[in-house]
Design a protein around this ligand. Structure first.
Ligand code: C5P
Length: 312
């Protein structure tokens, strides 16, 4: 094929949950949450280019994956990126195809929202590639149909999530913080962790459930999934105590795990904590990384689709 083929690149940021409260179990099997999401400077990259030009026939969407998790992630219809492409094509009767390439750095099954972030980035990249103009509410609805956390990744920064996590309120950014992320050498299944949570059953329909504003208002930050995750893997508790002992302002499991993170005011403090965690790092075979929080303005700037020109 000759000529320039236009393409796009989208940065797909991870998140942590600074706070996560399970308010109860819903009639639809999900858990009613009140959580605070925070974007962090750890990201995958998605590249998009036009599919092969077909002769009338509907074109395909293809996905290739490289990076640390390439072997753990199927590039089939179970992949959230291809599911995002599918729902967008159905909704807007798109016949064009796309080639998508994912460069993976966010650990899989780490509670950092990598799959959900990729799904949101795929929606944004393909909307741009295919020149669609969905209303914000339509895009939000497609995102929520792909997973509870996906809508957050259209917004970024810091936000409160209620319902399954998809009912979002933007929050002010707060001062920049540094996080020491500790990645144990195993993943946890979100469904399995939730299944172990001892939540009271909520009465009434999920939409009728009232969550009062005071529920995240008071008290120290916490994550109600920690107990369940730590009962599956005891080393998570030891990593969390080590982080607290190393001076972290807060030491939490992210989402349903397996990543544990400590927050610090400066990069130097985070580096000192990382050095002091070397023992438990070796013992648990955990990897570590230091990242900063990403504000909503920075997210808007860096996560927007960027045009690339590839010589064909
Ligand atoms: O929505 P998503 O597909 O990401 O959720 C994965 C699993 O996590 C669900 O099937 C459910 O078991 C659990 N979950 C839950 N309550 C939530 C979000 C997720 O029970 N609010």
């Amino acid at each position: 094929m000759s000529g320039d083929r236009s393409g796009l690149s989208v940065t797909s940021f991870a998140k942590v949950n600074r706070d996560l409260r399970v308010l109860g179990k819903r009639a639809d099997g999900y858990h009613e949450l009140d959580t605070v999401f925070q974007s962090i400077d750890l990201f995958d990259t998605l590249n998009f280019s036009e599919g092969e030009e077909g002769e009338g026939a509907e074109e395909d969407v293809s996905l290739t994956i490289e990076g640390n998790a390439a072997g753990q992630l199927a590039a089939d219809s179970s992949n959230l990126i291809l599911r995002a492409a599918h729902v967008l094509r159905e909704k807007f009767a798109v016949r064009r195809g796309a080639r998508i390439h994912l460069s993976k750095k966010i650990p899989i099954g780490g509670g950092l929202g990598g799959g959900s972030s990729n799904a949101a980035s795929a929606l944004r990249g393909l909307v741009s590639l295919w020149k669609l103009s969905p209303a914000d509410a339509e895009l939000h609805e497609l995102a929520a149909s792909l997973g509870s956390d996906v809508p957050f990744f259209l917004l970024g920064g810091r936000a409160r999530g209620r319902g399954r996590g998809e009912i979002l309120t933007p929050l002010p950014d707060g001062p920049e913080e540094w996080l020491l992320l500790v990645f144990p050498p195993f993943s946890l299944s979100t469904a399995e962790v939730y299944a172990r949570v001892k939540a009271r059953a909520l009465t009434g329909s999920p939409s009728a459930t009232k969550v009062s504003g005071s529920e995240t208002g008071g008290g120290p930050e916490r994550n109600d999934l920690e107990r369940a995750a730590e009962s599956l893997r005891g080393e998570l508790r030891r990593i969390r105590s080590a982080l607290a002992g190393a001076g972290a302002r807060s030491a939490r499991l992210s989402g349903s795990g397996s990543t544990v993170f400590g927050t610090f005011g400066t990069k130097e403090e985070a580096s000192r904590a990382m050095a002091s965690l070397e023992g438990i790092g070796n013992e648990t075979k955990a990897r570590m990384a230091i990242v900063k929080t990403v504000s909503r303005a920075e997210f808007a700037r860096r996560a927007a689709p960027v045009r690339l020109v590839q010589r064909g």
